[in-house]
Design a protein around this ligand. Structure first.
Ligand SMILES: NC(=O)c1ccc[n+]([C@@H]2O[C@H](COP(=O)([O-])OP(=O)(O)OC[C@H]3O[C@@H](n4cnc5c(N)ncnc54)[C@H](OP(=O)(O)O)[C@@H]3O)[C@@H](O)[C@H]2O)c1
Length: 211
């Protein structure tokens, strides 16, 4: 079976970073953005395995779609189709309050669950939200693998995303049902708090230790 392109909605920090890592591992990606001309040069720099088009065209081209847009845009995208036809919809967003003041949803729900309510027929998986874009473009650290928690209600969809996260170098960990996004989104805020508010910078990551 030929594998279809991975659709990445949003060609900003996260979209381009994930594309860089995925293309380096032999995947084909297609970006979907409202104004493709704005990002043509950045996408061309990724080489022939990356393309760009409208948001709808990218979704049509992919059986796995990564949401790398602001949370508000992701809600609009989720409700833009009456039927997502079983696609895997990977939610990399964080529902940030303005000025990075915190999260706009949480504890009794999550961005991922709100997206899942609107994206009928999609298999929503939360991933790629808990570390900085620089760590997605290049996950290598000299002293271990970067922790990448993944959750979602469909076990096959979760496995596929874990496989992709592993492919690009993460310690991808199955965190079970989508409801766990209620923990993964505040966990992302921990990284943001340290990196941005407390001045640790963007070149660090969390790792999982065992004994
Ligand atoms: N930056 C990080 O390190 C990081 C890490 C983890 C998670 N996140 C989360 O990931 C998401 C993206 O963050 P980012 O830093 O990559 O943001 P960004 O650099 O601002 O990029 C957002 C992208 O989304 C596009 N977009 C907006 N509306 C869209 C729509 N309806 N359809 C398709 N594309 C649309 C934007 O296009 P235009 O330029 O044309 O508006 C832009 O390319 C956010 O939810 C953020 O909280 C960020």
């Amino acid at each position: 079976m030929t594998r279809r392109s991975i659709a990445i909605l949003g060609a900003g920090n996260v979209g381009l970073a994930l594309a860089r890592a995925l293309v380096a591992k032999g995947e084909t990606v297609v970006f979907g953005v409202p104004n493709p001309d704005k990002y043509r040069d950045a996408v061309a720099a990724l080489g022939p395995s990356a393309g760009i088009g409208s948001t709808d065209a990218a979704i049509d081209a992919g059986d796995l779609v990564i949401l790398a847009t602001p949370y508000a845009a992701a809600l609009g995208i989720a409700r833009s189709r009456p039927d997502w036809s079983h696609r895997i919809l990977v939610d990399a967003t964080n529902p940030l309050a303005s000025g990075l003041a915190g999260l706009s949803v949480g504890t009794t729900t999550s961005a991922a669950e709100e997206i899942a309510k609107l994206a009928h027929g999609a298999r929503v998986v939360k991933a790629f939200n808990t570390t900085g874009a620089e760590n997605m473009a290049d996950s290598r650290y000299p002293n271990g693998l970067v922790f990448m928690p993944v959750c979602g209600d469909d076990a096959d969809a979760r496995s596929r995303v874990i496989e992709l996260a592993t492919l690009i170098g993460f310690d991808a960990v199955d965190c079970g049902e989508l409801k766990a996004a209620r923990y993964l989104e505040p966990f992302a805020m921990t990284w943001i708090h340290l990196a941005i508010k407390l001045g640790h910078g963007r070149h660090f990551a969390f790792a999982r230790l065992r004994r």
